[in-house]
Design a protein around this ligand. Structure first.
Ligand SMILES: CC(C)(COP(=O)(O)OP(=O)(O)OC[C@H]1O[C@@H](n2cnc3c(N)ncnc32)[C@H](O)[C@@H]1OP(=O)(O)O)[C@@H](O)C(=O)NCCC(=O)NCCS
Length: 191
């Protein structure tokens, strides 16, 4: 499981002004990871444009931060409607950080967030060859089925309850505290 105690990195929601860091992370993905993430090979221009439009898509983005840099991320994007009950999730972990539990940790966060937002169906589009993503999804009892040659991981998070709302609030609070600590490290003179 990912170490989110601050030794190696920390997972938290992106704050305003951090979308640029997210774009930098996506640009660092190697060609194969880009193809698996976006379902096709994409160039730098596509990624830059994609990151620029994140706010318009109303996505919640979690980042795995090492210092100020993001090396893995998860996006939860509501699908249509004023009160959407369906959402799409997408994941990206830079090669050097893969297979260390970060993707699993990110999917756990996304499911919790989906629950608190009343999302009842979560889609994870991934290519049929993407055994790693399927393995991660199966850890959360996702039901996988084939659709037009792609694998769609479909899972129904439970309805929100006080515990899930509290957990997400705690995650956010912790992210804020870590942010404050980081700022202190940056701006306060060494003791
Ligand atoms: C898919 C991805 C998000 C997974 O994140 P990750 O941090 O590498 O995943 P984790 O370390 O949490 O878990 C990986 C699991 O897959 C297993 N695995 C690794 N290679 C595998 C393979 N070829 N076949 C099956 N399982 C495999 C690992 O053993 C691990 O399972 P375990 O925890 O039971 O040992 C990440 O690898 C990635 O970003 N890939 C490129 C982009 C992508 O595919 N995005 C998903 C589509 S939206």
């Amino acid at each position: 499981m990912a170490n989110t105690d601050g030794d190696r990195g920390d997972i938290r929601k992106l704050r305003l002004g951090e979308i640029e860091r997210y774009g930098e992370h996506l640009l660092r993905l190697d060609a194969d990871s880009r193809r698996l993430r976006f379902g096709m090979g994409v160039g730098d221009g596509f990624i830059t444009d994609y990151a620029r439009r994140i706010n318009d898509m109303q996505s919640v983005v979690y980042g795995f931060f090492v210092g100020e840099e993001i090396h893995a991320a998860a996006e939860l994007r509501p699908l249509t409607g004023a009160l959407p009950v369906e959402a799409e999730a997408a994941f990206s972990v830079e090669k050097a950080y893969q297979d260390t539990g970060i993707g699993t940790e990110l999917l756990g966060r996304v499911i919790r967030t989906a629950r608190t937002r009343g999302i009842t169906r979560l889609y994870m589009n991934c290519l049929a060859e993407n055994r790693k993503m399927q393995r991660v999804a199966r850890k959360f009892d996702a039901v996988l089925h084939f659709e037009d040659g792609d694998v769609v991981g479909e899972l129904a998070p439970a309805v929100p309850n006080y515990f899930s709302i509290w957990r997400e609030a705690m995650d956010d609070e912790r992210g804020f505290v870590m942010g404050v600590l980081d700022l202190q490290k940056k701006f306060l003179p060494a003791a």
